[in-house]
Write a protein that binds this ligand. Structure first.
Ligand SMILES: [Mg+2]
Length: 215
């Protein structure tokens, strides 16, 4: 893509949420919760309501569980959605070749520093070298202050609330479907793209690359 003013090449970017978008956070967290609660937890969650409500836990208890989950370093080994494949994220990484990758993730509760070693470990382990990482519920607003949303080909997220925030900030959003969010209510939100696996996500990136190059 060329800059309107200076006519120099401007690098395009792709943005990814991590938990539930690139990584299968829910399956690992529910497995942990079976241990933490010492009772078998059902895997029927579909995003229709808060996970704490689904598990029948008060918010404080749920937060303590999440803290314990994170403190144990579990997230370093968060599974992907296609565990049977050796390099499941390969189609995405290939589609992102030559593009800047940004990671936009919600800040873990009680985490005040700007570095999440477990997240960095996970990204590195999966071959992802991001240009930058933003943390927080307002991650898309933060990102829009750092990079021009127009330079972002597409941003992937599995949370419809975050999709809405991203659209409001001017990002081209793609909803990442999985069994964990099929029950989420879209309301009046019109989501430009949707993908239900890594290949589908890679195809959205390729389509946006072609569209941006032709326009
Ligand atoms: Mg997520």
């Amino acid at each position: 893509m060329l800059c309107d003013q200076c006519h120099r090449t401007v690098t395009s970017a792709v943005v990814f949420d991590v938990d539930g978008t690139l990584g299968n956070w829910h399956s690992q967290f529910l497995a942990f919760m079976s241990l933490w609660l010492d009772e078998e937890v059902s895997y029927g969650y579909d995003g229709r309501r808060e996970l704490s409500d689904y598990l029948g836990l008060r918010k404080e208890v749920y937060r303590e569980a999440k803290l314990a989950f994170r403190s144990g370093g579990y997230k370093r080994w968060m599974p992907t959605f296609e565990e049977d494949k050796e390099h499941p994220l390969e189609p995405i990484l290939e589609a992102c070749w030559g593009l800047d990758i940004w990671i936009a993730t919600t800040r873990p509760w009680r985490r005040l520093d700007n570095v999440d070693r477990d997240l960095e470990f996970w990204l590195d382990r999966n071959g992802i070298r991001p240009k930058g990482i933003v943390y927080g519920e307002d991650k898309y607003a933060q990102l829009a202050r750092i990079i021009d949303p127009a330079s972002v080909l597409v941003a992937f997220d599995d949370d419809i609330e975050q999709i809405r925030e991203g659209i409001e900030e001017g990002f081209e959003m793609c909803f990442r479907f999985s069994k964990w969010n099929t029950g989420m209510s879209w309301g009046r939100t019109v989501v430009p793209h949707a993908a239900s696996d890594y290949l589908g996500m890679a195809q959205v990136i390729e389509t946006e690359k072609r569209w941006k190059n032709e326009s």
